[in-house]
Write a protein that binds this ligand. Structure first.
Ligand SMILES: CC(C)(COP(=O)(O)OP(=O)(O)OC[C@H]1O[C@@H](n2cnc3c(N)ncnc32)[C@H](O)[C@@H]1OP(=O)(O)O)[C@@H](O)C(=O)NCCC(=O)NCCS
Length: 184
């Protein structure tokens, strides 16, 4: 399997956005703002429009695909990397943590998914390790938000530090990585 940062030419990013909407459309609030874009077929338009709608024009968004090495380049999963985050919190402790992360220019990752047929065989762990290595090399510090508390032990096994208190008003958990704590 190979992790690729995806060219915005063609339909590949739009296909990924389609699978993201299926998986997280009712889970991640900021995806409400980009609804409908999964039907656009121009990847550059999708990219620019996501940033415009989320008011992140000064930043960047890189889609990563985890694909087979054969000619089909079959899509098994992916993740999105943003220069800045579209997340909004209500718990003051989560708000304070995000302000700190924004201030140090930490990169933000979201929408990690492995397609259902390929889950449970270590794909997600490999994808995350490779994505963290690439993104940390670029930005030095990365964070994300977990909506499923049951996944926290897995994220910890990948070197994540959990910044949010377990009980918090958002019922979301901020996790961070630095070059020093990501597990290779
Ligand atoms: C989470 C996900 C990316 C893991 O991918 P995968 O290829 O199945 O991952 P792996 O086979 O490497 O296993 C990952 C670990 O997570 C655990 N796990 C997976 N889904 C879980 C869930 N819903 N709740 C608790 N643990 C879970 C697995 O049991 C495994 O634990 P282990 O290493 O102790 O055996 C994949 O299940 C997925 O895409 N899920 C739907 C989208 C999602 O929840 N994304 C994460 C958003 S925060």
């Amino acid at each position: 399997m190979r992790l690729q940062s995806v060219s915005l030419r063609g339909r590949r990013f739009a296909i990924q956005l389609g699978t993201i909407m299926q998986e997280f459309g009712n889970v991640i609030p900021w995806l409400d703002g980009v609804r409908g874009l999964e039907w656009a077929t121009n990847g550059t338009y999708v990219h620019d429009e996501i940033l415009r709608r989320l008011r992140l024009e000064t930043g960047d968004l890189t889609p990563y695909h985890f694909v087979t090495r054969d000619r089909s380049r079959e899509f098994h999963g992916g993740i999105l990397a943003f220069a800045r985050s579209p997340e909004r919190f209500i718990d003051p402790r989560n708000i304070a943590a995000t302000e700190e992360l924004d201030a140090i220019g930490a990169g933000y990752i979201s929408c990690l998914q492995v397609l259902p047929d390929h889950q449970g065989h270590g794909t997600g762990s490999t994808l995350m390790r490779r994505a963290l290595a690439v993104i940390l090399e670029e930005r030095g510090y990365v964070w994300g938000v977990i909506s499923n508390q049951g996944l926290l032990p897995w994220y910890r096994s990948l070197g994540a530090t959990v910044k949010s208190p377990i009980e918090n008003r958002d019922n979301l958990w901020i996790v961070t990585w630095t070059k020093h704590n990501a597990t290779p």
